[in-house]
Design a protein around this ligand. Structure first.
Ligand SMILES: [Cu+2]
Length: 382
């Protein structure tokens, strides 16, 4: 412990971790995962929609006495371990910038091919083993073997075609969430189409009538299929770019919860991606919630200007630092990145973001860089 006492320069001014210490800590982070799963169960217990019974063991923080001002003597040797575990999570998270902590990366842009003027994508619906956080591998489902599926990007007025092949052992269908489509293309089994049976394919085709930050997801056994990863972003630019506020950089963050744990773009902290921007940039964040819970996402240090909800303008735009993203909704906001540093960005239902061993789940940071502050410099210290 002595080589890692806090210094005036903050936690990242301390000596680098030895390889052995780093590996041990990585193990600690992995061992914390069943505890995190216990948190999910605990959260479900408080959910009026039901869920598993509250676990009697393994609930992080259950031994903390409300109102206690001093740690019990028996825990005196524990707080340092807790702090070490917490720090290890942050160090791992930052290392994730250089080399991913987990296998598999979803939410990648997939360029369409053009057939007679139509933008065409092929999507497969797959069973996939998905590493959500280091060592936490889940039985997931993904479009094109990824969680989330590929980002589909087009422009208002485009004709699009999406060929869907079902490789599951159960039926499925794809709903184009928020996109104005002809009724037969809406993707809801027995309401607008027959389900896509195992081994079968279905082709969706429509003209994009409304711009916005939209989604696509399964609409069959969806509490399971969407929750396990059958979801993705469908971003439709307006035909007139002047109709949308200007921004320099964009990121789309899809929230999910429950069956794969709490995830941003298919990963839980420390495997979530840090968001890196330059001082002076205007950053567009497109929030999407594909989960079954509310997630108030809180940004430290500055405001977010909310400009669109579900692809429709918010008039007038409003400022907040805690944006509620309800299940099914998309919220576009612009952040004026002015103050350099690492700014925590997390769900403020705190049991979705932190337990006694540190952060997990719905946590990332906004790193604002200038000539005095760079993530690479931080990485050099850890
Ligand atoms: Cu949350």
């Amino acid at each position: 412990m002595t080589d890692e006492s806090n210094s005036a320069g903050g936690p990242f001014a301390t000596a680098p971790l030895s390889r052995r210490r780093f590996l041990r800590r990585a193990g600690v982070v992995g061992a914390a995962i069943p505890v995190a799963s216990g948190l999910v169960a605990a959260a479900c217990y408080n959910d009026p929609t039901g869920g598993p019974a509250k676990p009697t063991t393994g609930v992080p923080g259950q031994n903390v006495q409300p109102g206690a001002t001093t740690a019990p003597t028996a825990a005196a040797s524990n707080w340092q371990k807790v702090d070490e575990e917490h720090k290890a999570g942050i160090v791992n998270f930052l290392k994730n910038v250089k080399s991913p902590l987990t296998k598999g990366k979803g939410h990648q842009e997939l360029a369409p091919r053009i057939e007679n003027g139509v933008k065409v994508w092929d999507l497969t619906v797959d069973e996939v083993e998905w590493e959500v956080a280091p060592g936490q591998v889940e039985k997931a489902r993904g479009y094109n073997n990824a969680v989330p599926g590929p980002i589909l990007r087009a422009t208002e007025g485009d004709r699009v075609r999406i060929n869907v092949k079902n490789n599951l052992t159960e039926s499925t269908a794809v709903h184009w969430h928020g996109i104005l489509v002809p009724n037969a293309m809406d993707g809801v089994p027995y309401i607008t189409q027959d389900p896509i049976e195992p081994g079968k394919s279905f082709t969706y085709e429509f003209t994009l009538r409304n711009a916005g930050s939209h989604m696509y997801h399964s609409h069959h056994n969806s509490a399971d299929q969407v929750n396990r990863g059958l979801l993705g972003a469908f971003l439709i630019a307006p035909k007139d770019p002047a109709s949308y506020p200007k921004y320099d950089r964009e990121v789309t963050l899809i929230l999910n919860d429950s069956l794969l744990g709490f995830t941003i773009n298919g990963k839980g902290f420390p495997a979530t991606d840090p968001i890196v921007a330059k001082k002076g940039e205007k950053l567009l964040v497109r929030w999407m919630n594909e989960g079954m819970m509310y997630h108030p996402m809180h940004l430290h240090g500055m405001a977010m200007k909310v400009i669109q909800r579900d692809g429709y303008p918010v008039e007038p735009p409003y400022l907040c630092d805690n944006i509620d993203v309800p299940p099914g909704s998309r919220m576009d906001c612009i952040i004026d990145c002015q103050d350099p540093g690492l700014w925590a960005f997390h769900c403020h239902i705190l049991s979705h973001a932190e337990y006694e061993g540190g952060f997990f789940g719905l946590v990332t940071v906004l790193a604002i860089e200038d000539e005095t502050f760079k993530v690479a410099d931080l990485l050099a210290k850890v």
